[in-house]
Ligand binder design. Structure first.
Ligand SMILES: Cc1cc2nc3c(=O)[nH]c(=O)nc-3n(C[C@H](O)[C@H](O)[C@H](O)COP(=O)(O)OP(=O)(O)OC[C@H]3O[C@@H](n4cnc5c(N)ncnc54)[C@H](O)[C@@H]3O)c2cc1C
Length: 406
């Protein structure tokens, strides 16, 4: 209910909306039977009767005012988890938001490659966990809407004997692919795809962007940059944030996507691999809602191996990582019906960072990304929420410096 309320501002962004939620849950009234469609057992009251008890005109004037007139226009560069979370939050607060991404669809490192009908692979993030209560609330609502589901695959560690992984955290995946989470966040946002932003500039108190084809966009009161640290540094140079960011190391990762014509004969669905060029292998087809058909696997090379082979071609990398899979599992690989490889130049960043978002009030520039928030999907979400928090506080909508950025 809170997610719906925040998304659609059903009660005009007013604290009274929490009263409405509690009313539905029985805080102020008893259940009224018989149960009716839509209203259930909540007492109904004709609008005229309700209006007579209140001052609707004053209430309308209060809840329908804009925070600023006109509302600020914000540019968000990057439609990964952090950019979309930020854009979604601002749009839900009535901001005009334009999102730019160089990719063909939203998601960034949370993405699904559909090779052909029946063959799809989550080639970036494999699953995610949720620890922060703010994120847990969103994940729960995504679960209820069928956007994500728990993946109950058996995960082991290879290399020190096949030991069952006993992680107590549920593992969530997008359904029918990881990119479902990004599509859900991006729904009804203005996302300009296949637009690589090449310069950002500020003059007369507003930001302007240009893309690689010379297209110009703006003016924007706020600029939120959500790219991996080295790309952010390059884009915002000569802003003082750039110097710090250039030194943030983000390791590459080679991913191999392979479909076998029959099931790979191992008694598990995912494995952290040690002592191998591989760090992770996963039976993509074991995740909920995936197409039935060939046995689809995603293999991730470890950061050192990926760095050492970063400039090689997909055709050179794929057979070597498949050989590493055969070595690590000790089983003969079935014939493949598909194999390809994807290089993530910036895969994982430092896992200890907890700054979430950087904000420069002079220029209304916000920088965020997983690399400022401990990495991972959850970190990216929290970074995006914190970035939106900076913008909201700047216009006076939110107050304080809450750790959750809201
Ligand atoms: C191989 C791999 C495996 C992973 N496994 C997991 C996992 O199992 N669990 C987990 O929780 N996390 C995992 N992660 C990490 C997780 O995917 C990231 O932490 C998270 O998705 C980062 O989101 P983000 O929005 O910060 O960045 P990104 O997703 O990188 O978003 C940045 C966006 O900016 C766009 N962009 C870049 N330059 C420009 C430009 N100049 N103009 C316009 N757009 C631009 C990109 O296209 C991209 O969409 C994995 C990542 C990788 C790569």
């Amino acid at each position: 209910m809170i997610d719906l309320n925040h998304r659609y501002a059903l009660d005009g962004r007013d604290l009274a909306s929490y009263g409405g939620l509690l009313w539905c849950l029985g805080q102020f009234d008893r259940p009224h039977v018989p149960e009716r469609p839509v209203f259930g057992t909540v007492r109904t009251r004709p609008t005229e009767e309700h209006a007579a008890r209140l001052e609707p005109d004053r209430y309308m004037a209060k809840v329908s005012r804009t925070w600023r007139n006109p509302m600020s226009h914000t540019a968000v560069i990057g439609a990964g988890m952090s950019g979309l979370t930020c854009a979604r939050t601002l749009a839900d607060h009535g901001f005009r938001v334009s999102v730019f991404d160089k990719g063909r669809g939203p998601g960034g490192r949370v993405s699904t490659r559909r090779v052909e009908p029946g063959l799809s692979f989550d080639h970036g993030a494999q699953y995610f966990t949720a620890r922060n209560p703010h994120f847990v609330r969103f994940v729960n609502s995504w679960r209820e809407q069928g956007v994500v589901a728990e993946w109950g695959g058996r995960v082991v560690k290879l290399g020190a004997g096949a030991v069952a992984d006993t992680s107590p955290q549920p593992r969530y995946v997008g359904v029918p692919g990881m990119s479902a989470v990004a599509s859900h966040l991006a729904a009804d946002l203005t996302v300009r795809r296949e637009t690589r932003v090449t310069t950002v500039s500020r003059a007369n108190g507003v930001w302007e962007l240009t893309d690689e084809s010379g297209g110009r966009y703006g003016p924007f009161e706020f600029l939120v940059v959500t790219l991996p640290a080295p790309q952010t540094a390059e884009l915002i140079e000569p802003h003082p944030f750039a110097a710090d960011l250039a030194s943030v190391a983000m390791s590459p990762c080679w991913a191999v996507l392979v479909a076998f014509d029959r099931r790979l004969d191992v008694p598990w669905d995912g494995a952290f691999v040690h002592g191998s060029p591989l760090s992770w292998v996963c039976r993509n087809s074991s995740k909920p809602g995936r197409p039935t058909g060939p046995d689809c696997w995603v293999l991730h090379a470890d950061p050192e191996w990926s760095a050492a082979h970063v400039e090689e071609t997909p055709a050179a990398v794929a057979p070597r990582l498949l050989a590493a899979l055969a070595d690590a599992t000790g089983v003969a690989l079935p014939p493949t019906v598909h194999r390809s490889a994807h290089r993530w130049r910036y895969s994982l960043g430092p896992d200890a960072a907890d700054r979430r978002a950087l904000y420069d009030p002079e220029t209304e520039l916000v920088v965020c990304g997983d690399w400022l928030a401990g990495g991972q999907v959850e970190g990216a979400f929290m970074a995006g929420a914190a970035a939106a928090g900076h913008v909201l506080r700047s216009v006076g909508i939110a107050s304080g410096g809450g750790r959750d950025g809201n």
